[in-house]
Design a protein. Structure first.
Ligand code: SF4
Ligand code: SF4
Ligand SMILES: [Zn+2]
Ligand SMILES: [Zn+2]
Lengths: 269, 78
């Protein structure tokens, strides 16, 4: 319905709320992406402490290459430190030579030119003349259930698909519902009320409560089996990839669940 | 202290938008309009920029001053 490199809005039909919620939770907690996980500070004479800088670095979203890297716990290297297949190192060496300046995320030099911060303009720290910051950071794949920095999205929601019905016979076009609607869903059109932007409706029912007719001439309900799904990526993964990955993971988990139930059943009988 | 990298509530990246926001508000633009044009929709992210005070700038002034005195050969520079 709406799509660009960061945001996606979809209408999903023929499903139910439990499935939508499972999908949402998989996107939030199950889809891996890259984030800085370990920082070795070589020199830091800035006004921010090592831990604060490490935390700021961790929160920087990195463009992720899911096919080229393994999750550290699934990597054949089995090493705590990691190998080329499960870890990317980024180096930062900044010094304020001329005077006060800001160190940006763009100054991080990555060993893999594909794994870089999504924005070059994220301030990391400000340095005064003669202050220095030198460090090496290691980024790894991880999942949102361990730390929110590994969430590939900054928003993932679903809501029921709204249905608004206006009874033209009883509606006297007083306009009270148009006035009260917080999302400006309704407009007055001659001597009737028209729905202008159905998708924006939050199902708040304010328009129904305010209608002077008894019973109200307007009715707001929703389709139990259709949803509006909204996803906003941090830039780590494109929204489409996030969705396909989430569906793959969910599918795998459900199959495993089904297998375990079968094993239990056969063990009993 | 310094602008947070992400929104505390939803995790949207906002750190890279602070400088533009601060500059445009200083030139007299309406903050709400600037936030809209930066694509910051939710009020959790909007408050991150609206309520932020860049305290680090005030703190750095002391270091700049100390540096100047050091350069001037003043031995009471700190
Ligand atoms: S339910 Fe709320 S958002 Fe939807 S049309 Fe009525 S007043 Fe507007
Ligand atoms: S409040 Fe009721 S009567 Fe008035 S315009 Fe809306 S639907 Fe019609
Ligand atoms: Zn490995
Ligand atoms: Zn937010």
């Amino acid at each position: 319905m709406e799509k660009n490199d960061r945001n996606t809005r979809l209408i999903i039909r023929g499903t139910d709320a439990p499935f939508m919620n499972a999908l949402r939770r998989t996107v939030l907690a199950g889809v891996p992406c890259m984030a800085i996980d370990e920082v070795v500070i070589i020199e830091n004479s800035s006004v921010l402490r090592d831990e604060i800088i490490a935390h700021r670095l961790g929160l920087i979203p990195l463009k992720t290459d899911l096919d080229g890297y393994n999750l550290p716990e699934e990597c054949p290297c089995k090493s705590e430190f990691g190998c080329n297949l499960c870890r990317v190192s980024l180096a930062l060496d900044a010094e304020a030579k001329e005077g006060t300046r800001t160190v940006y995320s763009g100054e991080l030099i990555s060993e893999n030119p594909d794994i870089v911060p999504v924005s070059d303009k994220i301030p990391i720290v400000k340095l005064v003349k003669e202050q220095k910051l030198k460090l090496e950071a290691y980024a790894r794949l991880g999942k949102g259930k361990k730390h929110a920095k590994w969430q590939p999205v900054s928003m993932c929601t679903y809501k029921y698909f709204p249905q608004i019905k206006i009874d033209d016979k009883r509606c006297d076009a007083c306009g009270k519902c148009v006035e009260i609607c917080p999302r400006k869903v309704l407009v007055k059109d001659g001597n009737g009320i028209e729905v202008r932007d159905l998708m924006a409706c939050t199902l708040c029912q304010d328009c129904v409560d305010v209608c002077p007719q008894n019973p109200p001439a307007i009715d707001v309900s929703w389709d139990e089996n259709a949803f509006i799904f909204n996803l906003e990526s941090t830039g780590a993964l494109p929204p489409k990839r996030t969705m396909t990955e989430a569906i793959k993971i969910l599918d795998k988990q459900l199959k495993e669940f089904g297998r375990q139930i079968k094993v239990k059943k056969s063990a009993k009988s | 202290m310094i602008i947070p990298v992400r929104c505390f509530t939803c995790g949207k990246l906002i750190g890279d938008k602070w400088e533009e926001f601060a500059r445009r508000v200083k030139t007299g633009e309406e903050p709400g309009g600037v936030l809209d044009s930066l694509g910051i929709k939710r009020y959790c992210c909007r408050r991150m920029l609206l309520s932020h005070v860049e305290v680090i700038d005030d703190l750095l002034r002391f270091y700049e001053e100390a540096e100047k005195r050091k350069q001037a050969g003043n031995r009471y520079y700190y």
